[in-house]
Design a protein around this ligand. Structure first.
Ligand SMILES: NC(=O)c1ccc[n+]([C@@H]2O[C@H](COP(=O)([O-])OP(=O)(O)OC[C@H]3O[C@@H](n4cnc5c(N)ncnc54)[C@H](O)[C@@H]3O)[C@@H](O)[C@H]2O)c1
Length: 347
């Protein structure tokens, strides 16, 4: 079991390892005292992991309720958010009580926002069940729901007070979702840790899973510690993501986020190398790492098509755009350029 200590506007532990879900009752007593717990989860995760978590709480005489919603990105919306808030009110939860997000990034983002809104804030515990949520979305405090106009448009920063990453839960995760998380792991390697990158490129995942997740969480902790509210260094975490958002949009969201990030990392690395922004050629190594982890490397769209999708992105509203380019594996730079220059680069 590993513990990463996060020191943001809230201080909290991220506990990573096998059977860490069983720590929930003791941690709740230690951190919050005698409280009620609302577990929020989607119907898939509920079928796999809810009963055992409820049993742990019941055995420890912690009163608990469960709010279960349909799985998938469509549930990350104002309607489900308000259903959850009404549920909390109907069940007489108070601001002293705890809400537990048991699930992937959709559950974490939705629950984190509900925790901030309900009675102006109740306690929040994240229990990520996808690799993506373990290495990325459960840590750092970004919460949101999607609006019809776009993804993540309504949200707040709300750090959890505890994150329990039980690696055993990944045993039920379908391979394609595991690969999605690996795209983010490869991203962490490129932006901050050559050693992590090499482990992942060599495919030594299973035997190193706990260490890999721990390292990713520590990198995120360090970045978020310097720039919690995403005005500077946190943009490093967007490596591959600016183009990924355009690829997702162009495909009408039929290409998943992780696959789009994989393609985005290859394209931006190639651009960086061709335009003298990298000191080492990185794209071949990135391609090797992606292929080793069952991720795609070729984008079905022309760069010019991606430019038009980028132009409408909320991140480029000022006529400028920040791109994250690899200097070499393990180190990236954020470059702020006019959109017109980005368009030239994409050519
Ligand atoms: N807040 C942040 O910083 C941040 C960062 C990255 C991504 N995100 C958000 O995260 C979301 C994507 O997260 P995700 O990929 O985890 O999606 P998800 O929550 O939809 O989970 C993916 C699928 O896996 C299923 N699942 C989850 N855990 C499982 C398990 N252990 N066994 C079997 N099935 C399981 C879910 O039911 C779902 O169908 C997006 O909405 C994205 O915007 C947020």
């Amino acid at each position: 079991m590993n513990i990463v200590k996060v020191n943001a506007s809230k201080k909290y532990d991220v506990i990573i390892g096998s059977k860490t879900a069983s720590l929930l009752p003791e941690k709740i007593n230690e951190l919050f005292g005698n409280v009620k717990v609302c577990i929020v989860t989607d119907d898939t995760v509920a079928g796999l992991h809810l009963d055992s978590l409820k049993n742990e709480l019941n055995r420890n005489h912690i009163i608990n309720e469960a709010f279960v919603f349909p799985h998938g990105e469509n549930s990350k919306c104002p309607e489900v958010l308000f259903e959850l808030l009404e549920f909390l009110a109907t069940k007489h939860f108070s601001r002293k009580d705890v809400i537990v997000a048991l699930g992937g990034g959709v559950t974490g983002d939705l629950t984190g926002l509900a925790a901030a809104l309900y009675m102006r804030g109740m306690h929040l515990v994240q229990m990520p069940t996808t690799l993506l949520a373990m290495v990325d979305s459960s840590v750092g405090g970004k919460t949101a729901v999607n609006l019809k106009a776009g993804k993540n448009l309504a949200g707040v920063f709300n750090q959890p007070e505890l994150v329990l990453c039980d690696t055993d839960m990944l045993s039920t995760l379908p391979a394609e979702y595991f690969a999605e998380g690996m795209a983010e792991v490869i991203k962490y390697g490129v932006i901050a840790d050559k050693e992590l990158f090499d482990v992942v490129k060599n495919g030594s995942i299973e035997e190193n899973l706990e260490a890999i997740i721990t390292r990713c969480v520590a990198i995120k902790r360090d970045v978020v510690g310097e720039d919690e509210f995403d005005t500077g260094k946190r943009q490093l975490l967007n490596f591959g993501h600016t183009l990924a958002h355009s690829i997702e949009k162009e495909s009408n969201f039929t290409i998943s986020h992780g696959n789009a990030v994989a393609m985005g990392m290859v394209i931006i690395s190639e651009i960086a190398w061709k335009n003298g922004m990298s000191v080492e050629r990185c794209q071949d190594e990135i391609v090797d790492a992606l292929l080793e982890n069952n991720l795609p490397i070729a984008c079905p769209y022309k760069n010019s098509e991606l430019y038009y999708a980028t132009e409408n992105d909320k991140k480029s509203a000022s006529g400028r755009i920040s791109i994250v380019v690899p200097e070499k594996i393990g180190s990236c730079n954020i470059i702020d350029i006019p959109l017109a220059e980005f368009r030239e680069l994409l050519k």
